[in-house]
Design a binder for this molecule. Structure first.
Ligand code: C5P
Length: 234
């Protein structure tokens, strides 16, 4: 997997994406993340355009359903030739195995990476214990789900950079830790609770960083991207 920062295209419309991309003319292509909102609002066409422009795509739909349904859905997503997809680890081992099978059956020569969400960062330890009736600590649950994802044949997890060391120690160094919650020193934190800089993420063992507002809301998105690229060490 490429190491370049993944830019979260959290825009409401395609017009806003087009405007953003015109400000991001670099020699190299981008790795972008498309979420549910845009995908459900007509995303297949958007994905096709982004691919035609040469960009790599992380399609962040976080699938979670019975194994057979997820398998069929993944087969379709693989046909869209995206580079990375994800599921909720809470769907279980059989669901994650089925997701991988679906991806393989729908892919040509290159199978997209597949990673798992462990516990959402919006879930507190108290909410996890009370609502999901999980008595373990949040960290233990995250590590447990990471191991389960690895055993099911997935490539990695979405996690905080602060959890990357723990997860790699519990799985293996090649297991991907794709980490949002990234800010430059000069940025505002917004609604993220625990942020790290690109350099800190690298030092903490992140395999890949996902960056949204630090780039999309910057006065010069291209300059912000280049600064992040440099700090990240690419
Ligand atoms: O703007 P910001 O850099 O905070 O955006 C981070 C991106 O990563 C958003 O698209 C957000 O939904 C996503 N994300 C996250 N935390 C997770 C999983 C995904 O912030 N645990």
């Amino acid at each position: 997997m490429t190491d370049k920062p993944i830019v979260a295209l959290d825009f409401a419309t395609k017009a806003e994406i087009d405007h953003f991309l015109t400000q991001m003319q670099t020699d190299d292509s981008l790795y972008v993340k498309i979420g549910m909102e845009l995908f459900y609002a007509g995303g297949q066409h958007l994905l096709y355009e982004l691919k035609t422009q040469g960009h790599q795509i992380f399609l962040d739909l976080k699938l979670h359903d019975i194994p057979n349904t997820v398998k069929s859905a993944m087969k379709v997503l693989a046909g869209l030739e995206v580079d990375m997809v994800n599921v909720h680890a809470a769907g279980g081992r059989a669901m994650m195995e089925a997701a991988k099978e679906g991806l393989i059956s729908g892919s040509g020569t290159k199978v997209p990476k597949i990673i798992a969400v462990t516990q959402l960062t919006s879930t507190s330890e108290a909410a996890m214990q009370e609502e999901q009736l999980i008595s373990a600590s949040l960290n233990d649950s995250v590590v447990h789900y990471s191991r389960l994802a690895q055993e099911a044949g997935l490539d990695g997890v979405v996690c905080s950079a602060k959890e990357a060391g723990l997860i790699k120690a519990a799985t293996n160094p090649e297991f991907l830790c794709v980490t949002p919650g990234i800010r430059l020193k000069s940025d505002s934190v917004d609604d993220q609770k625990r942020v790290v800089t690109p350099k800190e993420a690298r030092e903490l063992g992140a395999s890949s960083i996902v960056v949204g507002r630090s780039i999309t809301k910057a006065k010069s998105p291209l300059k912000a991207y280049q600064q992040i690229l440099e700090e990240w060490g690419n």
